[in-house]
Design a protein around this ligand. Structure first.
Ligand SMILES: [Zn+2]
Length: 437
């Protein structure tokens, strides 16, 4: 049965950035088969979904997350997670006591908060890919889950982990809405050249990409200059890594010269504005990337550093770019909505499938209540400005992924938030017990 969704406002994010007031979207199975303005015509077997009083738009794409890390939300205060000290003495210390069962108990909570606040697709970067896969499958969210490989110079570990990574990528190929990616924690610094070659070949074989942290504080560059007398980006080009799509979280310390090298390759810096600010680090040079024609996406990073609210990240990201450049025209609200939708889709190689409401695309969309605070005056306003600066993810009322509703009228349909919140409490209490606190 087709679902015919009519709404007071349909924000398409198509190439012409068309907005229909009112408009409708017709969904057949997991695909959008029609988008139009005015009132829809209903067939005898069509189901009408009436979103009068709501704005319908593409679901948001969170291009950098670590879903199990809700385990330690609130436990990393006063620590910069971008420094080696914060990374080794805080995160790694927690992770030494954590295990895959804890990841299974905590991921669903982050997924629930994503659905609640308008994210329909996310790219995850963590250990325990199989447990995150299962949680994502049950939640019904579209996920790009990367298999993180850690070798630390151990040849046996390299063989074992690359075999497991390949099995994971193989399994993801058969899933209707989850894709597997390859997740080196960081090139060069903790991945040897041998492993990088294996990872590159795996990504190419499975037509997937890399999800990495990159140029947070120039560590790869310092390493490559010291060892090869070349910048990290030059090394990546010479090793053929840039030919593989890359989601590069943070990408703060990239020079304009390196931007010239990387433009034209499927390399997407992912800005995580709240995470950068909370860790005391500068904003990514988003304006310079965009001026070089490099695609930029948006992510929340971990829930120790930010909330799951991508609307909040759009607002913070816009203000941070403007603040960095001392230029109110450095980025527009429309640019920020693009970063969270169609540019995110481009980053994950799904531009032809996601990121806008258009015929033939996958049916991932969200609705927001136009009577919520932040929408008045309704006449003459720019919807993008309102979405970025005045509305939060809590205004999202409905969420659809792959043609299936995951939330209706603010009620989660695939996750029991009470249960998953209780699971996080239990997992965190157990973690603290193991740490002797
Ligand atoms: Zn991260």
């Amino acid at each position: 049965m087709r679902k015919v969704i009519k709404a007071s406002v349909v924000l398409t994010m198509n190439k012409a950035a068309e907005i229909y007031k009112p408009g409708y979207v017709v969904v057949d199975g997991n695909r959008i088969v029609e988008v139009g303005k005015g009132e829809p015509k209903l067939g005898p077997d069509d189901e009408l979904v009436d979103f009068t009083g709501k704005l319908l738009m593409p679901g948001l794409i969170n291009a950098h997350a670590h879903t199990p890390m809700v385990l330690t939300r609130g436990m990393c205060e006063g620590v910069s997670l971008f420094t080696m000290d914060g990374f080794l003495n805080t995160l790694r210390r927690f992770e030494k006591y954590a295990d895959s069962d804890m990841a299974a108990m905590t991921s669903p909570c982050n997924l629930a908060e994503m659905i609640r606040m308008g994210t329909t697709c996310f790219a995850d970067q963590y250990f325990y890919a199989d447990r995150i896969f299962k949680a994502t499958d049950e939640a019904g969210l579209r996920g790009l889950i990367c298999y993180g490989i850690v070798e630390l110079g151990d040849e046996e570990a390299r063989k074992r982990e690359t075999a497991r990574c390949e099995a994971f990528l193989e399994m993801c190929q058969r899933h209707p809405f989850i894709r597997g990616w390859v997740g080196p924690h960081a090139f060069f610094v903790d991945n040897s050249l041998d492993l990088i070659e294996i990872e590159k070949n795996l990504a190419k074989k499975y037509n997937t990409g890399f999800h990495i942290h990159f140029a947070t504080s120039n560590e790869e560059n310092d390493y490559c200059m010291a060892h090869y007398n070349k910048s990290a980006v030059t090394m990546m080009k010479e090793l053929g890594i840039l030919e593989v799509p890359i989601l590069a979280a943070h990408a703060i310390t990239v020079s304009e010269e390196d931007m010239e090298t990387m433009k034209g390759f499927p390399f997407t810096p992912v800005m995580a504005p709240t995470s950068s600010m909370k860790s005391g680090f500068p904003a990514a040079p988003v304006k310079a990337y965009r001026d070089h024609g490099i695609n930029v996406a948006l992510g929340t990073d971990n829930l120790c550093s930010s909330s799951a609210d991508m609307f909040g990240e759009m607002a913070t990201g816009a203000k941070l770019v403007i603040h960095r450049e001392h230029d109110v025209k450095a980025i527009t609200a429309f640019d920020m909505v693009k970063m969270a939708t169609i540019d995110g889709a481009k980053a994950i190689m799904m531009e032809d499938q996601l990121g806008s409401l258009e015929n033939g695309k996958l049916a991932d969309m969200i609705a927001l209540d136009l009577s919520d605070p932040g929408w008045v005056p309704f006449c003459g306003q720019d919807y993008y400005t309102q979405l970025v600066y005045w509305v939060s993810g809590m205004s999202v009322t409905d969420s659809m992924v792959n043609g299936r509703f995951l939330m209706r009228d603010r009620k989660l349909l695939t996750i029991d938030y009470g249960k998953v919140a209780s699971d996080v409490e239990k997992a965190t209490a157990e973690l603290k017990r193991r740490m002797g606190e």
